[in-house]
Design a protein. Structure first.
Length: 244
């Protein structure tokens, strides 16, 4: 990059040639960020001020280079292990119990983002999240509904045991695909500590979950049909398929 400087513009400096790396000049790649704005800022430097010019160049170059760097969000939770080192699965909570807001992991921006808001009078009945390092039929990490004593915050990592699966089919615009939801209990839960299978759950609670899922998809113009309610063995098989 050649930059003219001095009151009369009497000299042109090649920043790569005249100030190489070994002489403390610009590092490789920095000179391409020297702009007209920088040249104008240095125009009032005296003809002997090449050293000052180089200092300005490096300052401008670094500043502009930093502006061009794409800012990263948080670490990607979908890459975490699906298990906690034992039999329990790891669940990343996206939407806490009682929330009308639906949150989801934005893989492009690497943040949790607000996806939509449920209608008045409708809220998530339990904490919803996903198991990392898995992939469901829709291409996203497999969904999990977690029973726990109190809701947690979005992005919280919860160790839980699988107790069952709600097998379902989602139909939208004439196309159908499986959309199963795993059911799990937080390992630290006191209220649900005795639950190890769907048969331990209140039947009314399961019916309420079916109704919620049906209405949830209906708001998006899709139809959700529950195919079956199965226990922990079927849940483990569903998880295994999502890991393969």
């Amino acid at each position: 990059m050649r930059v003219r400087y001095g009151a009369t513009g009497c000299r042109t400096i090649d920043l790569r040639r005249d100030y190489p790396i070994q002489q403390g000049g610009l590092r490789a790649g920095e000179s391409r960020f020297v702009t007209k704005r920088f040249a104008n800022a240095c125009a009032d430097k005296p003809a002997g001020g090449a050293h000052h010019l180089m200092q300005y160049a490096r300052r401008w170059g670094r500043g502009l280079a930093n502006k061009k760097k794409k800012k990263q969000g948080m670490l990607n939770p979908t890459r975490l292990s699906a298990f906690d080192g034992g039999k329990n699965v790891q669940v990343i909570i996206e939407t806490p119990k009682g929330s009308r807001n639906k949150y989801a992991w934005d893989k492009d921006q690497q943040v949790f983002a607000l996806k939509k808001v449920l209608p008045e009078g409708m809220a998530f009945p339990h904490d919803f999240g996903f198991i990392p390092s898995t992939e469901g039929a829709d291409g996203d990490p497999i969904d999990v509904l977690v029973l726990m004593d109190q809701p947690v915050f979005t992005g919280c990592l919860v160790q839980a045991r699988l107790v069952g699966v709600i097998e379902g089919k989602q139909t939208e615009k004439g196309e159908s695909e499986r959309n199963d939801r795993l059911l799990a209990v937080a390992e630290s839960s006191h209220t649900h500590s005795n639950i190890n299978s769907l048969k331990d759950l209140n039947k009314d609670l399961l019916k309420e979950l079916e109704t919620f899922l049906t209405n949830y998809h209906s708001n998006d113009g899709a139809e959700f049909k529950v195919l079956a309610l199965k226990g922990p063995d079927a849940a483990a098989k569903c998880l295994k398929n999502a890991l393969d």
